[in-house]
Every structure is written in structure tokens, then in C-alpha cells.
Design a protein around this ligand. Structure first.
Ligand SMILES: Cc1cc2nc3c(=O)[nH]c(=O)nc-3n(C[C@H](O)[C@H](O)[C@H](O)COP(=O)(O)OP(=O)(O)OC[C@H]3O[C@@H](n4cnc5c(N)ncnc54)[C@H](O)[C@@H]3O)c2cc1C
Length: 629
């Protein structure tokens, strides 16, 4: 094992320390293994001295290792769920009073503060979040290679379709200076094409009997592509038919009848029983995940709405407009940074969507008593209650735990922009029916990993940019999207360092979606950074070995963004199953409508309140919560 680990580079000085408690002692590998040590002096304009371990303590985006819901962020919340309560004797009264306290500093919480200030510009607001960085899922992963900044999304990637944003979300995005229509100016989609890099599939020995990377997915035709794979003749025929034909497998039924049938079967059953694929053809599809669930638990009707293979000939058409897509190099973390800078100007210089990307952020300004908006990180809220009868009380008391100490603050009003299923534990005075509705909000787990590579020569030699890995630990990986904006420049040559993004959806096929997500959360809680690291190194080594990739030499840093509470979903109260499509539940029956009702001086936001995993849901619910107050 030692020899093998050495070959993989497990013993190299990259950070695999879990950042529990004091973080300063672990000098990140992204800094150590890069050539900062050779750098003479800190570069002008950097937010920190990258040669110093202190920078890790003061600038969270550069922390590597286990991120997302990082160690230190969730333990207090889990104690609360297990029954711990902080009685008055344990709670220190901070004496602080605010017009508004927001629980949760994700996009919904930040947007809440932004909308509140539209109507009350002088309001004093405190945002409390349990993480060491703001933004929630919209997390920035920042790496440095010598004097070059490399960025990745740690969670939320993009504005998927600006057309889907409601009026309030439109106004917020535009007011921050983001013009989604300008995306073409910043993206260089021709880069990988010009180098002949293609999408590919890696067939792993454990599932397909042999390790084989087959490049040029589906080219020149699926039939010819599949002939190069280790799939059996039967599976090749099946998959080619699935991808190439637009057969109506439910011919003879009306669209309504088709929909009814498709709503009541899984996509896997549709493929086996309706399309008549042979079971031996499924392994290449088994790992396909649609919105964090595999084909066995995904309703076939949802697969239709996603345009999944085998569904295109069924006669359903979409009348949606061409999407208006936008993304920053660090994903929607730049939206979070724009929100914070707009409300606490001292935190970072600049005024535009271009300069936000490289703007140095001074985290010491986030919780400044002299500014009207304060953001207090590493603070888990454990209790929210009215001071007196909720119908007449004039204040709310919010208790949070930071560094093991419980403290209370008071506010005229509060918005809970945190996970809705946690609210019944926080806010015991809510009516029982509302608590039940809140507890029905669901989250799907995901893992997004950012890997800093010294160069991407192996990708160029093999002609690959994105690799699907059915049956493997990471289900896909891809070179980062070539986006350059402001002073930020994406890699142009295979000699340059680059970020590789890899994805894992911890599924447990055979169980219901909710059970799979529960099992996935357990999986994430018990998986160490070493396990993720070993899997990344082994998998990349196997897939890219033909291009000369050496995981020990070529991997410089790894950040694993663990999201056990990821995509938001609601529950269909009639079936007890996941309501993938919101129109399947009448509003008066939707638990998320009952869950988000205001209660006295408390309102409820978060994407959970929309049962919608997308950013527009998080922002739209922030606006609605502010209007509720
Ligand atoms: C991996 C991933 C990728 C995604 N990609 C996209 C995408 O590309 N495009 C898109 O539109 N949407 C995407 N989404 C969805 C999008 O990220 C969310 O809709 C949105 O960011 C959610 O924001 P939020 O503020 O509602 O929740 P969150 O981001 O979860 O923020 C809530 C915050 O509250 C904190 N909190 C919870 N309880 C407490 C407490 N008791 N005390 C203090 N703080 C607390 C949480 O830890 C968190 O920081 C993605 C989601 C995930 C998980």
C-alpha cells in the first residue's frame, strides 16, 4: 500500500488536513507545492501574503481539503438535532440589537439583506452563518500557482437561464451590474475544440471487464463509437438505438395517457420495459444522474422533461426560449461577492462584474460594528423565539453558538434563510402543522471537487476535455470552462496550470430517492479526505495514463466540496415521494407553501421555501420573505 500510495502521490505535501478548529497550522499544499516559496515578495494587490500560513486563517477561499460543509460547520447543528438545548444560564447576552437578523448567509440570506435595504436603507442588519465563508452553496475555490490565480466553483455553477428569473431576482442581478447577455464576451468555447479535445467515456474494469478510454463520444456516429468500446454487441445495438432513433415507444397512447404512465414508472423501468433495453445495456446509463438522482429512482416523466435518451420521439415538445446562460469563473460565488461588496463597500474595491472576480476581499471587515450590515461567520443559530407572545411581541431573540459559546442578539425582525428542515429545531414556538411542513423539505447530496493540475498535457495528448466514468467513484470530470473576465485569464496552453472539476453523486440504487439521499448524506459524513484523495488520484491515473498523466507529479491541490444538504426539493404529500416537478402539487397542498408562512416577526426564505434547487428560487424567496415582514 505504501508503495502504491507513493506512486499516486498520497505522501506528497498537499493539504489533506481537515480544518477542524485552528486552521493556521496546516499550510495548504496548493501553496506549498506551488512555487510561492520561490517568490521573492508578496505580489501587489493580493488580499494576503500567500507565503504565510496566516493567510489561511484570514482568507477562507484559498483553503483546500474538505470544504463545502467543512468540518467545524455542522457539529453544533447536529447536536441540536440530537436534542441538545442551550439554557439561559449558558447563553451570554451580547446586548446587540438589530432591525433585522438573517439566519443563513447563502444567496437567499444575502439577497434578503439586499431587498430589506431597498425599503429600509438605514436598517442595521446582522447575517449569521455557520460556515467560515459566506455564500452557502455559492462557494469560491481559489488556488494560486506561482503568481497566477485559478478559480473554480465549489458549488453553484451558473445562472442557468436568466429568462427563468422573476422580477425581483432580475432587478437584483441587474443592480449588481451583471449583464448575462454579455457571456459570449468572456467565454472562449473554441479553445478546446481548436485543440481537438472531445467528450469521452472511460470504461472501468470493475464494471466493463477492462479499463478503456474511448474518445469522441458518439462520433462519427454512435454505432461506430460504440464499436470501439468493451460493451457487448447487444449493448452496443441497444445504446445506439437509444441515442440515434427517435422512436415513439408509447405509440398509440394520447399525450395525456403517456404522461400518466411515465409519471408512474422510473426512467430505468421505462428503458427496460418500454424501450426494451437488455439489462446488460444498463451499466453505461446507471450512473447518469439527473438533478442528483439516478435512473432507478427518477420518474420517467422527469426524464422526458430533461430530454433524456429514448424520450425524444414520444411527441412532447418544449416551447421554452433559448436560455440566457451566464457564469463567472468561480460560479455564482461572484454573485455572493457582489452582494457583499454592494452592502459592505469597505470589504473590497471595485464596482463592476469584471473586477469582482479578482477583487481582494478583506474578511476582517465583514463583522464591523461601525457598518450597518454585519456578517458573522462560524456562528450556528440554535434558538429563535419572540420575546413574549408572538402576536404582540416587539422583539425576537436569536441565539447562536460560536467557538463553543452561546450568545444571544435581539432584533425587530428575523428571516430564517437556512435549511428549512432545521427550522423546527430552532424555533420551537412554531405551530405543529408548520413544523411538520418544514420537516418535509428535502435536500439531495452532491460532491464537487476542484483539482489544481500543474498542466493538461495528458488531456491534449489524449484529445479529451470531459470524461464520463460510469460505475466509477467520480462519475465525471472535466477541464474548467474557458472563461476570462476582467483581470482573470483562463489557461490557454496545455502547458498552463488548470482546474479540473470532478463530480460524485453518492447514490444507493434500489432505494427510493429520499432513502438514497439519506444514505448519501451518511456516506459523505463518514468519508475522509484521504478516501476522496485516493479515489481522485487512482481514477485520474487510470483514465489518463495513456497521455502520460502522473498523479503524483501532476496534481498540485485538491478541494473536496461536500454538499450533504445540496439541491432543494419538496415532497408530494399525496404520494410521499419527491415532487420533482412543482406543478404536480396544488399550491394549497404543497408543504413548502405551508412551511414558509410568516409567524409573528419571523419570516422564512431559502431555496427550500420554493422547493426549487435553482438560484432564482433562493433569491425569489428572499424577496417574498422580506415582503412578508
Ligand atoms: C453543488 C450544487 C450546485 C448547484 N449548482 C447550481 C447552478 O449551477 N445553478 C443554479 O441556479 N443553482 C445551483 N444550485 C442551487 C443553488 O446553489 C441554490 O439554490 C442556492 O445557492 C441556495 O441558496 P440558499 O441561500 O437558499 O441556501 P444555501 O446556499 O444552503 O445557504 C443557506 C446557508 O444557511 C446556513 N445555515 C443553515 N442552518 C443554519 C443555522 N442554524 N445557523 C446559521 N447558518 C445556517 C447554511 O449552512 C448555508 O450556508 C446548486 C446547488 C448545489 C448544492
Amino acid at each position: 500500500m505504501k508503495d502504491r500510495d507513493h506512486k499516486l502521490g498520497i505522501d506528497r505535501p498537499i493539504s489533506r488536513r481537515d480544518f477542524i478548529g485552528g486552521i493556521g497550522m496546516a499550510l495548504s499544499g496548493s501553496l506549498l507545492s506551488c512555487s510561492w516559496a520561490e517568490t521573492k515578495a508578496p505580489l501587489d494587490g493580493l488580499p494576503f501574503d500567500p507565503t504565510s500560513a496566516d493567510s489561511l486563517a484570514t482568507y477562507p477561499p484559498i483553503r483546500t481539503g474538505l470544504r463545502g460543509n467543512h468540518p467545524g460547520s455542522f457539529e453544533t447543528a447536529h447536536q441540536l438535532r440530537q436534542g441538545k438545548r442551550w439554557d439561559a444560564a449558558e447563553v451570554e447576552d451580547s446586548g446587540e440589537h438589530y432591525d433585522l437578523v438573517v439566519v443563513g448567509g447563502g444567496l437567499s440570506g444575502l439577497a434578503t439583506a439586499w431587498f430589506y435595504r431597498e425599503t429600509a436603507p438605514d436598517a442595521r442588519i446582522l447575517i449569521l452563518d455557520n460556515h467560515d465563508d459566506f455564500g452557502g452553496h455559492a462557494k469560491r475555490n481559489e488556488f494560486w500557482h506561482s503568481d497566477k490565480m485559478l478559480l473554480s466553483h465549489g458549488g453553484t455553477i451558473n445562472i442557468e437561464d436568466f429568462n427563468q428569473y422573476g422580477d425581483a431576482a432580475h432587478r437584483l442581478i441587474r443592480s449588481l451590474g451583471i449583464d448575462p447577455g454579455r457571456f459570449g464576451e468572456f467565454s472562449d468555447w473554441e479553445l478546446y475544440k481548436s485543440l481537438g479535445l472531445k467528450n469521452s467515456i472511460f470504461f472501468a474494469e470493475e464494471t466493463f471487464g477492462t479499463d478503456r478510454l474511448v474518445t469522441g463520444q458518439g462520433e462519427p456516429s454512435w454505432r461506430e463509437y460504440l464499436a470501439k468500446t468493451p460493451l457487448s454487441r447487444t449493448a452496443q445495438e441497444d445504446i445506439a438505438r437509444l441515442y440515434e432513433s427517435k422512436t415513439d415507444y408509447l405509440a398509440g397512447l394520447s399525450l395525456e395517457q403517456k404522461q400518466e404512465r411515465l409519471r408512474n414508472m422510473s426512467y430505468r423501468d421505462f428503458l427496460l420495459d418500454v424501450v426494451k433495453l437488455q439489462p446488460e445495456s444498463l451499466p453505461i446509463l446507471q450512473n447518469d444522474s439527473y438533478w442528483a438522482i439516478g435512473i432507478d429512482a427518477l420518474p420517467a416523466w422527469v426524464a422526458v422533461t430533461e430530454g433524456a435518451p429514448g424520450t425524444l420521439g414520444l411527441g412532447f415538445t418544449s416551447d421554452s426560449k433559448e436560455p440566457v446562460y451566464f457564469r463567472f469563473p468561480d460560479g455564482n460565488a461572484s454573485i455572493a461577492r457582489l452582494l457583499v461588496r454592494s452592502m459592505i463597500p469597505a470589504v473590497a474595491p471595485g464596482t463592476s462584474m469584471e473586477d469582482i472576480v479578482t477583487a481582494p476581499f478583506d474578511y476582517s471587515r465583514l463583522d464591523d460594528p461601525d457598518t450597518p450590515l454585519r456578517i458573522r461567520l462560524e456562528s450556528t443559530v440554535v434558538d429563535v423565539r419572540h420575546r413574549g407572545d408572538p402576536r404582540t411581541a416587539e422583539e425576537v431573540q436569536i441565539t447562536y453558538v460560536r467557538d463553543g459559546q452561546a450568545r444571544s442578539v435581539r432584533a425587530d425582525r428575523t428571516v430564517l434563510a437556512c435549511y428549512n428542515s432545521m427550522i423546527p429545531y430552532l424555533c420551537e414556538e412554531l405551530p405543529a402543522a408548520q413544523k411538520l411542513a418544514l420537516s418535509q423539505s428535502l435536500k439531495a447530496p452532491l460532491v464537487y471537487t476542484s483539482v489544481l493540475l500543474r498542466n493538461w498535457r495528458a488531456f491534449a495528448r489524449l484529445g479529451v476535455r470531459r470524461v464520463e466514468c460510469p460505475g466509477s467513484y467520480f462519475t465525471s470530470f472535466r477541464l474548467s470552462d474557458p472563461i476570462s473576465i476582467g483581470d482573470y485569464h483562463h489557461a490557454r496552453s496545455p502547458e498552463d496550470p488548470i482546474i479540473l472539476n470532478s463530480y460524485r453523486i453518492p447514490l444507493a440504487p434500489g432505494l427510493s430517492a429520499q432513502q438514497q439521499w439519506q444514505a448519501g448524506r451518511q456516506d459523505l459524513l463518514s468519508t475522509t479526505f484521504e478516501t476522496f484523495e485516493r479515489n481522485i488520484r487512482e481514477q485520474l491515473g487510470r483514465v489518463l495514463s495513456g497521455g502520460g498523466f502522473d498523479p503524483a507529479r501532476d496534481i498540485e491541490a485538491i478541494t473536496v466540496n461536500r454538499w450533504p444538504h445540496g439541491y432543494a426539493y419538496g415532497q408530494n404529500p399525496e404520494t410521499g415521494q419527491v415532487a420533482y416537478l412543482l406543478d404536480e402539487v396544488a399550491p394549497e397542498k404543497a408543504p413548502w407553501h405551508a412551511a414558509r408562512k410568516p409567524f409573528g416577526r419571523i419570516a422564512i426564505a431559502n431555496s427550500d421555501a420554493a422547493a426549487d434547487a435553482m438560484t432564482e428560487g433562493a433569491i425569489g424567496q428572499a424577496y417574498r420573505a422580506v415582503m412578508d415582514l
